[in-house]
Design a protein around this ligand. Structure first.
Ligand code: C2E
Ligand code: MG
Ligand code: MG
Ligand code: MG
Length: 287
């Protein structure tokens, strides 16, 4: 079959497409039961203050391990959850769980929790009220929560929808919730556009991190430094994602980048491990 298909590019392509669709249908069916079956959990990755080494915040990252199976990566199941609309219910659970966990971390150490939110969630009319309600129910101050959105998500649905989503973000921000622009540099928005967005934090995508210590590091550093400085001049903070080496961290600190995240500091870990990290390290954010 492979040989026959090999003669015909279109047949191969079509087969792959069909397999892909089947796979997605299977994922969607599994996801529909995942929440009730208790197969979803959250891992947390520290966001580190480069100057002090203190933990500034933790990012909640969704994990799905189907019963008796292997974990399925979020890059695989989140798009399916978005297409099927399941992300609304799942995202509500993420927000609830993240705020419940963040309560003790915020009380003891003054650190914030950051939650990834997709466009589908932000377009729900109830999102704003639901977010504020979760915070007040857990007696968390609004600035204990940061919402992460991607620039591609903001631009995905056309000007009218973008405006609605931007209005929701601006409203939440006016109430004290912080907004972070995730995966910055991978979308198509111009730097000028940045000025008009209701954001507090830029998260520079990890695609920019490895080149900082690569062959063409002069250009890579100039570019990242320009973004960090532009962000600062707009009163935005900057997180660089995917920091894996001490050299990268040193370079970033030297260029004045305030915050970083990556395997060098910690991979995403369980809530219990966050407690351990906060207990045993001298990392303590001055709230
Ligand atoms: P993201 O928000 O940009 O999260 C950062 C991703 O980079 C995480 O992958 C994290 O594990 C990974 N990472 C962190 N440090 C390093 C590093 O030093 N090197 C490398 N190579 N990778 C690093 P993860 O957990 O697989 O999540 C992938 C994406 O899935 C996230 O990207 C986010 O866009 C999405 N996602 C995760 N949880 C949620 C959620 O609850 N809701 C929504 N809507 N999206 C989510
Ligand atoms: Mg994120
Ligand atoms: Mg990111
Ligand atoms: Mg991402």
């Amino acid at each position: 079959a492979a040989k026959a298909a090999g003669k015909n590019q279109i047949a191969v392509f079509d087969y792959t497409l069909r397999a892909e669709r089947l796979h997605r249908a299977e994922i969607a069916a599994g996801l529909r039961k995942a929440l009730a079956a208790g197969e979803l959990s959250l891992a947390y990755q520290p966001v580190v203050d480069l100057a002090s080494g203190g933990i500034y915040a933790v990012e909640a990252l969704l994990r799905w391990t189907p019963a008796g199976g292997r974990p399925i990566p979020p890059d695989v199941f989140i798009p399916v959850a978005e297409d099927t609309g399941l992300i609304v219910e799942i995202g509500g659970w993420v927000l609830e769980q993240a705020c419940a966990d963040a309560k003790r971390w915020h009380e003891r150490y003054g650190i914030a929790v950051t939650v990834n939110v997709s466009g589908r969630q932000l377009r729900e009319r109830t999102f704003r009220d639901a977010a504020l309600e979760v915070l007040s129910r857990h007696a968390l101050p609004r600035n204990a929560l940061t919402i992460e959105v991607t620039e591609s998500m903001l631009l995905a649905t056309g000007p009218a929808e973008t405006r609605r989503v931007v209005d929701v973000l601006a409203d939440l921000r006016a109430h004290g919730v912080r907004i972070a622009l995730d995966d910055f540099g991978t979308g198509y928005s111009s730097l000028a556009y940045l000025r008009t967005l209701p954001v507090d934090i830029l998260k520079i995508d990890r695609a920019f991190t490895a080149p900082l210590t690569g062959a063409d590091h002069r250009r890579a550093r100039a570019f990242t430094k320009a973004i960090v400085e532009l962000a600062a001049s707009l009163d935005l903070s900057t997180v660089v994602e995917g920091v894996e080496s001490r050299e990268q961290a040193a370079v970033l600190q030297q260029m004045g980048c305030p915050l970083a995240q990556g395997y060098l500091f910690s991979p995403p870990v369980s809530p219990e491990q966050v407690d351990d990290l906060l207990r045993v390290t001298p990392w303590r954010h001055a709230a």
